[in-house]
Write a protein that binds this ligand. Structure first.
Ligand code: SAM
Length: 160
């Protein structure tokens, strides 16, 4: 993680800065190369057998919506993010795309999840792990709520 990572202090950002982040995440989510990388790992997760999937650090819900829209996935998704503003945006985008009935978005800290042990059939984190203060804690937290033997996908890149 960079010494000053904007996502660590996201709750303190002004509305115009938050809007720029939302715009940037949505723009990036539509990039064909970026979308292909996302689809490549989702393709490998046997989503047809998953009833409940967790998207940690979901932001404005780019990966959450991509997952909900897939033909091979009929389950439900929970998207969790630190930022109330990003969660509000995520709810709006999902509603606009008719996906709200399959997605529950809520604020929360991925390092301190309130979800029960073994409560998800899959967990994804899309460009989150490089932004958290405790990457090992993120993996442990995700593993705790994941059913044994179920898939966890952690996607990130070294954009620096
Ligand atoms: C680079 S953005 C990725 C957002 C989204 N997954 C995407 O790819 O469009 C990282 C996200 O992680 C969230 N985040 C950072 N630390 C977090 C934490 N401890 N718990 C939950 N979310 C966190 C930020 O608020 C931000 O929305």
């Amino acid at each position: 993680m960079a010494k000053s990572d904007v996502y660590q202090s996201i709750s303190a950002l002004a509305p115009d800065a938050l809007q720029k982040i939302i715009d940037r995440l949505e723009f990036r989510g539509k990039d064909p190369i970026f979308a292909a990388m996302r689809d490549a790992y989702l393709d490998r997760m046997d989503l047809g057998s998953c009833a409940r999937v967790l998207d940690l650090g979901c932001g404005s819900g780019v990966a959450t919506r991509a997952l909900a829209a897939r033909a091979d996935f009929k389950g439900e998704i929970v998207g969790i993010d630190l930022s109330e503003a990003l969660i509000a945006a995520a709810k709006g985008f999902a509603s606009d795309e008719g996906l709200s009935d399959r997605i529950e978005f809520r604020t929360g800290d991925c390092l301190n999840l309130e979800d029960a042990d073994d409560s998800y059939d899959a967990v994804i984190t899309h460009t989150l792990i490089s932004h958290v203060s405790d990457p090992g804690g993120l993996i442990a937290s995700a593993a705790r709520v994941l059913k044994q033997g179920s898939p966890m996908a952690m996607f990130d890149g070294d954009y620096a």
